[in-house]
Ligand binder design. Structure first.
Ligand code: HEM
Length: 382
């Protein structure tokens, strides 16, 4: 085991020796194998193959139409180069029809670059999950605008929205992958990044399928569509009902805060929610019930800290999950059963990542299960 792996595992394993052991196993496993395809991946479904042509055709028409629209509406100055690169991207696509195996290669590349020594808790995973969620969570079911289809966070001013502070880190990481696989759309890449990060951080499979197309700045969403952590239950419902989710789904999605941390330089808030911020567990819910949470005395925005260690945090919107009766019922259910949490989280995250994408754009009628890296290793015969 390399020193780096050991260091990263100790850093992220926290106080729990069991968790540390599982992390060591996972990291060692990951570093010991070549992620690039040791076994042939499952064949692409027939439906996917045939629908890909449709998707390519649609992509070309959409890009052409959008280019025309934008050139007509802004005189073509600001968007001319974007339109040009969009057209080039479509050309690349026209010469190359990616299969499920190609997407698995992208998945593996993302998995490869998750672990890093000099960033946060040793992984880009959490910030990639946040990128995928913020790209999708702008969806408005009434106007059918926003969502992951066009990856509009690439453009000003959406890239500068307060809620997206710090996501340039994740976009830059994804850009390296895009250079290697120029045929993939940004929306597909970012959501696949979220899927790979969750799955490789010991989470459940998140069914996913490609089909998103690159859009233009004019399709960017207005500020204010993502949740504000200083608010309460009414606000959470207002934001997530707009995307089409219910109370149970709001709570399940919030369980992603088992991962990562707040950065005062980004959101103003500070600290991690759990002791193992690079492993998905139901600890976020367990800690909400098991710890005593008190308001942190500091000059930053109102946040809670655990009375025992003062090293963990909860946002006001996290704490609401144990104060509101309807939310609390689900938070308790997820604290009691990680299996239930994983099942519901997988279901709702898969749908979150598809918000705003017209069904006919997807290359497959059903989402795919992307195999985790460890599942791609050859099966040992006794
Ligand atoms: C319920 C409403 C939500 C609010 C108010 C909220 C708010 C926040 C805030 C303030 C941060 C800290 C950002 C920073 O300072 O770097 C954060 C981080 C994060 N959020 Fe949320 N969030 C919400 C829902 C979600 C959902 C639905 C997901 C994913 C399914 C998610 C995943 C994450 C992750 C993984 C991080 C850590 C990022 C990192 O470590 O860089 N959040 N969130």
């Amino acid at each position: 085991m390399s020193l780096n792996v050991l260091r990263a595992s100790i850093r992220t394993g926290g106080a729990n020796p069991l968790r540390r052991a599982s992390q060591l196993h996972r990291s060692a496993f990951r570093s010991n194998f070549n992620r690039n395809f040791s076994t042939p991946p499952p064949p692409a479904p027939e439906a996917a193959k045939s629908a890909t042509g449709l998707y390519l055709g649609f992509g070309a028409v959409a890009a052409g139409g959008l280019a025309y629209y934008l050139l007509a509406t802004d005189g073509g100055k600001a968007t001319a180069s974007t339109a040009k690169s969009g057209v080039q991207a479509v050309k690349v696509k026209a010469n190359f029809v990616p299969t499920k195996e190609d997407y698995i290669k992208v998945y593996n590349r993302i998995a490869d670059i998750l672990d890093v020594d000099d960033y946060d808790d040793g992984s880009y995973g959490p910030v990639l999950v946040r990128l995928a969620w913020h790209a999708s969570g702008t969806y408005d079911k009434d106007s059918k605008t926003g969502g992951s289809n066009y990856a509009t966070m690439r453009f000003h001013p959406e890239s500068q929205h307060g809620a997206n502070a710090g996501l340039n880190v994740a976009r830059d990481v994804m850009e390296k992958v895009k250079q290697e696989f120029p045929w993939i759309s940004y929306g597909d890449l970012w959501t696949l990044g979220g899927v790979a990060a969750i799955q490789e951080m010991a989470g459940p499979h998140i069914p996913w399928r490609p089909g998103r197309i690159d859009g233009f700045a004019a399709q960017a969403t207005p500020d204010g569509r993502l949740p504000d952590a200083t608010q309460g239950a009414d606000h959470l419902r207002h934001i997530f009902y707009r995307m089409g989710f219910n109370d149970q789904e709001i709570v399940a999605l919030s369980g992603a805060h088992a991962l990562g941390r707040c950065h005062s330089s980004r959101s103003g808030f500070e600290g991690p929610w759990t002791f193992a911020p690079t492993t998905l567990t139901n600890d976020f819910f367990k800690l909400l019930f098991e710890e005593t949470w008190v308001w942190k005395k500091w000059s930053g925005p109102k946040q809670l800290e655990d009375k025992k260690t003062r090293s963990l945090m909860m946002l006001p919107t996290d704490y609401v999950l144990v104060q509101d009766k309807s939310f609390k019922k689900w938070a308790k259910a997820y604290a009691d059963s990680q299996d239930l949490f994983f099942k519901d989280f997988s279901d709702v995250l898969s749908r979150l990542f598809e918000l705003g994408v017209p069904t006919e754009q997807f290359v497959s009628p059903e989402p795919w299960t992307m195999p985790k890296v460890e599942e791609q290793q050859p099966v040992k015969n006794d």
